[in-house]
Write a new protein. Structure first.
Length: 243
């Protein structure tokens, strides 16, 4: 009897040890940051944003862009576009829209058609932007405090809701833990992540990935908390890369 109990205890201990080892192994299998591409292998990435990614708010020529821009340029040939009209969209097949200004109806139609014909877009749509700005409220160059949706998301079957509470939250993006600030919640017909941060949509022949936060690009404000924010963005772009 004692021997059988001892054997059972050893069996339980072995099972617990096996689970612990498996947990350690799985922890080590987290996603790895993507490596930079050689300049000759970097595809075009269109960038449409109201955020100070290309230049600071002062548009100084002494500024070389944000950490987010440097990360994007490590894998893409970034081309800034001002609107989502057909001539601008014709410059590439992959588009990053980060808290863009409100687009006129005809440009939203053009964007929708571009996606349905095979374009791929990563849209950072923040319903409660916390990005600091020295520009006064109402300044047309100040990033909008909320994503200026005029029906595009509903047309794609997606609903974006503002957060119930403000403040930083850790969410998942591209398999990485990222720090968001007052992120929104996505729902609807598209495949939505369990934490409601990301929606992956198949639209015609194209793809649209929607993220309910844009503050995660503000690496200067995030500091060490946002160590993998840009890794998550690059991974989502890689999954959209039409090459």
């Amino acid at each position: 009897m004692i021997r059988s109990r001892t054997g059972a205890l050893f069996g339980i201990a072995a099972a617990i040890l096996a689970v612990a080892v498996l947990a350690i192994v799985l922890t080590g299998r987290g996603p790895k940051p993507l490596s930079p591409r050689p300049p000759s292998e970097r595809p075009t990435l269109l960038l449409l944003t109201s955020l100070p990614l290309m230049f600071g708010e002062g548009f100084s020529l002494q500024q070389n862009g944000s950490p987010a821009l440097a990360a994007l340029r490590s894998r893409y040939r970034v081309i800034a576009v001002s609107v989502a009209d057909p001539p601008e969209l014709a410059k590439g097949r992959l588009l990053l829209m980060a808290q863009p200004l409100a687009q006129p109806p005809e440009d939203l139609v053009a964007l929708d058609q571009w996606v349905r014909r095979g374009g791929h877009v990563l849209l950072l749509a923040d319903p409660m932007l916390e990005w600091p700005s020295q520009r006064p409220l109402g300044d047309p160059l100040r990033p909008p405090p909320m994503f200026m949706d005029t029906g595009l998301l509903a047309h794609w079957g997606v609903t974006l809701d503002a957060p119930d509470e403000r403040g930083p939250e850790v969410r998942k993006l591209g398999g990485f833990d990222v720090t968001t600030v007052s992120p929104g919640r996505l729902s609807g017909k598209c495949k939505t992540s369990s934490d409601a941060l990301v929606a992956h949509c198949a639209i015609g022949n194209g793809l649209a990935t929607i993220v309910a936060d844009a503050d995660l690009l503000d690496i200067a404000a995030q500091g060490s908390r946002g160590a993998h924010n840009l890794d998550g963005v690059l991974q989502e772009l890689a999954e959209l890369d039409p090459r």
